[in-house]
Design a protein around this ligand. Structure first.
Ligand SMILES: [Zn+2]
Length: 240
């Protein structure tokens, strides 16, 4: 195999290892980010529940104030009863008293329902806060674990980066630029083998004439479809 080709293949092998390392770092970070997002969601839920409680407490106070006003009105009408003369006036007052009592009772039922709801919401908030506390502790532990893990991964990466630099230095800058551009544009694969006349980068057949040229020597050609650098490596059984 020609030297340039084997150097490019070696470089690509190192680059793919570095890619795997970067992906491993990303995966660690993503897992942690998901947990942090879950924390923020629970915090938002707790705030929402607390706002609901405050609103229902306010409604309860309003209803209680309204109820007191109505009972004052009932007492006032009851004292008026002594002063009225006609049956018609009495009937009107009695109706007023009954209406006021009725709406006071309705208010009371609403207040009871609100108090029950506030009690349930308060219990839910306590439960959510407890879960949040546990999750926060876990996330703190996880953050530390991820930090250590990424640090460990990065140690291995420094070694690979150095090897990458050494390997890249062996290759002409024009070829290296082409290789780097191809890797960026072609999903990390710049140099590919051709098997049975098919480019292993884009899996398109290459023209027979080009394949014959490839078969003749260890030359570096370009795939007409994906422009990757292609080479031909004899299958393992042919080597014997
Ligand atoms: Zn191709």
């Amino acid at each position: 195999m020609n030297e340039l080709l084997s150097q490019l293949i070696e470089l690509q092998a190192i680059d793919m290892e570095i890619d795997r390392i970067d992906q491993a770092i990303k995966a660690e970070q993503n897992g942690l980010d998901e947990r942090i997002t879950a924390l923020a969601k629970r915090e938002a839920l707790i705030n929402e529940l607390q706002e609901k409680i405050v609103a229902q407490q306010k409604e309860t106070r309003n209803l209680e104030g309204d109820m007191a006003d109505r009972m004052d009105h009932v007492r006032d009408r009851q004292s008026k009863m002594m002063q009225v003369q006609t049956g018609r006036e009495q009937t009107a007052l009695l109706k007023e008293i009954e209406d006021a009592k009725k709406s006071a009772k309705e208010n009371e039922e609403k207040v009871v329902a609100l108090m029950e709801s506030i009690e349930q919401l308060t219990a839910r908030v306590a439960e959510e806060k407890n879960l949040l506390k546990g999750e926060k502790e876990l996330v703190a532990e996880e953050t530390e674990k991820v930090r250590v893990s990424i640090e460990e991964i990065n140690k291995g990466k420094r070694d690979k980066d150095q090897r990458r630099g050494e390997q890249a230095a062996k290759i002409k800058s024009g070829t290296l630029r082409k290789y780097d551009t191809l890797r960026q544009r072609r999903n990390g694969l710049a140099v590919v083998n051709v098997v049975d006349g098919v480019c292993q980068g884009c899996f398109m057949a290459i023209p027979p004439q080009l394949f014959n040229q490839l078969l003749r020597g260890d030359q570096l050609f370009e795939c007409p479809t994906c422009q990757r650098m292609i080479f031909y490596q004899r299958p393992a059984e042919d080597k014997n």
